[in-house]
Ligand binder design. Structure first.
Ligand code: FAD
Length: 443
């Protein structure tokens, strides 16, 4: 059960039972974290474990935790191959994967180290595949090797390709289950989780709370849409698809902006699961590293194919016809998106086409597994990526953490861009953000 800001109790539907215990809600806290996805939960957990004598609250707008990106993803434990050496993504993914495996072992959470092949189909892809290998080695990814066509067939008997990068350290896990376990650790350490609290104002106050004897110890007021308020000393936001709006309401910069891209998956019919053993990925196009359909086995035994990437008309819209006027207008009027569309129109149309006509998607997948046919697949679930864009239409690739200016800005830290592989990296991001919180704020 979870206590909300208004005091009502809610039943949380979660795979791990009794994850959140009932706890009395105070109105003042040392630190408030907004956003109960895997990044917010990992970070608030890390903070309370480091500072058990401080008080922490996590505010989440939904009834349940981790239901957006953290509950709608491919479920892969990435090993850190793709990312620019020295970037936050590279460092935090490699460390995050190790920490994730250790954490799952310690808590008894199931995962499978089923590996991953990045498969080259054409000669022209081989230089890029070799460059990826070099990159992975620079990033200290474990156990990488290059295999030939025979090596591919030994690992994936139904997969065709001329050469592949083999990453046996890559795995799969249910990231939502992991996120909820972080939440349980947080609760057990004395933290408070409040759901159904959509924060829409973060500001400095000039008066102490009614009846308070502590003066201005808690100068930040966080208000939600229902008019409830908590006071705190410091705020961290981890808002995923709403990270730009959370920055804006605290007086910080709105940029980089978030543009939502929906990815629709196909699923393999159960009688065809034998076709796929581990993760099978294409050699990525360097211009769009997150595009390119892949084959991903899931912890429940199913196999997902895809996803594509199309502009979503609603930030948390998982269906094709989901539409929100503000989200749509925001995206369309943003110069960064207009420029991105102009530069990549044919790509965008191709992605939309493949979303509508799944036969076109299957054609691409058949290049890797020729035995696959249209009748072997069904339409599956979807996820929405929070894609950060700058004004010039460039995708913001790396993780971005940012504070602000002025009275509120000096007490706020925003996780502004935490795209894939942020689930894999979550425990490493949490360490880094906790270090940053400690250096910026006088905890
Ligand atoms: C299709 C897809 C596939 C992916 N595959 C993988 C993968 O295989 N491996 C991997 O490592 N990563 C993957 N990722 C990336 C990963 O899922 C995300 O990077 C990660 O979940 C981000 O976590 P988050 O906590 O930042 O965001 P979210 O999980 O979106 O959480 C943000 C939370 O903030 C809350 N919130 C927002 N605004 C407010 C407000 N005003 N008040 C209160 N609460 C608010 C939201 O309700 C939400 O719960 C994938 C992502 C997608 C979309």
């Amino acid at each position: 059960m979870i206590r909300t800001l208004s005091g009502a109790t809610l039943k949380a539907a979660q795979p791990i039972k009794d994850i959140i215990t009932t706890r009395r809600l105070h109105s003042t806290y040392d630190v408030a974290v907004v956003g109960g996805g895997i990044v917010g939960l990992a970070t608030v957990r890390e903070l309370i474990l480091r500072h058990p004598s401080l008080s922490f609250v996590l505010l989440e707008k939904e009834k349940e935790l981790a239901v957006h990106q953290s509950g709608h993803n491919s479920g892969v434990i990435h090993s850190g191959i793709y990312y620019t050496p020295g970037s936050l993504k590279a460092r935090l993914c490699v460390r995050g994967a190790t920490l994730a495996y250790e954490y799952c072992d310690k808590k008894g959470l199931p995962y499978k180290k089923c590996g991953k092949l990045i498969v080259a189909l054409e000669q022209e892809e081989i230089p890029r595949l070799r460059a990826l290998y070099e990159r992975g080695m620079k990033n200290n990814v474990r156990d990488l090797s290059i295999v030939d066509a025979k090596g591919i067939r030994e690992r994936e008997p139904f997969c065709r390709g001329i050469m592949a990068l083999d990453s046996p350290y890559t795995g799969i896990v249910d990231w939502r289950m992991v996120a909820l376990r972080y939440g349980q650790d947080f609760e057990e350490a004395g933290g408070t989780v409040v759901t159904e609290s959509e924060v829409n104002d973060i500001s400095m106050v000039t008066e102490s709370p009614a009846g308070s004897t502590e003066g201005m110890k808690y100068p930040i007021a966080i208000r939600d849409k229902k008019g409830n308020e908590v006071r705190c000393r410091y705020v961290l936001t981890c808002g995923g698809l709403y990270s730009d709006r959370l920055s804006q309401i605290s007086g910080c910069s709105r940029e980089p902006r978030i543009v939502p891209f929906r990815g629709d998956y196909l699923v393999l019919k159960p009688e065809k699961h034998y076709l796929v053993k581990g993760n099978i990925y294409p050699v990525p196009d360097p211009r769009f590293p997150f595009l390119g359909v892949h084959f991903t086995p899931r912890m429940d035994g199913s196999v997902w194919l895809g996803p594509n990437a199309v502009l979503a008309f609603k930030r948390e819209g998982y269906k094709v016809y989901d539409f929100n006027v503000r989200d749509f207008a925001d995206a369309l009027l943003f110069r960064g998106l207009q420029r991105l569309v102009m530069k990549n129109l044919s790509y965008g149309i191709g992605e939309m086409y493949r979303g509508i006509f799944i036969g076109a998607q299957v054609k691409i997948l058949q290049k890797y597994i020729p035995e696959l046919s249209l009748s072997d697949v069904l339409r599956g679930p979807a996820g929405v990526r929070a894609q950060a864009l700058d004004r010039d239409g460039n995708l913001v690739d790396d993780f971005v953490f940012d504070g602000g200016v002025g009275d509120v800005g000096s007490r706020v830290l925003h996780v502004r861009n935490a795209p894939s592989p942020a689930a894999t990296s979550s425990l490493a991001i949490a360490e880094m953000v906790a270090d940053e919180v400690e250096s910026r704020f006088a905890l």
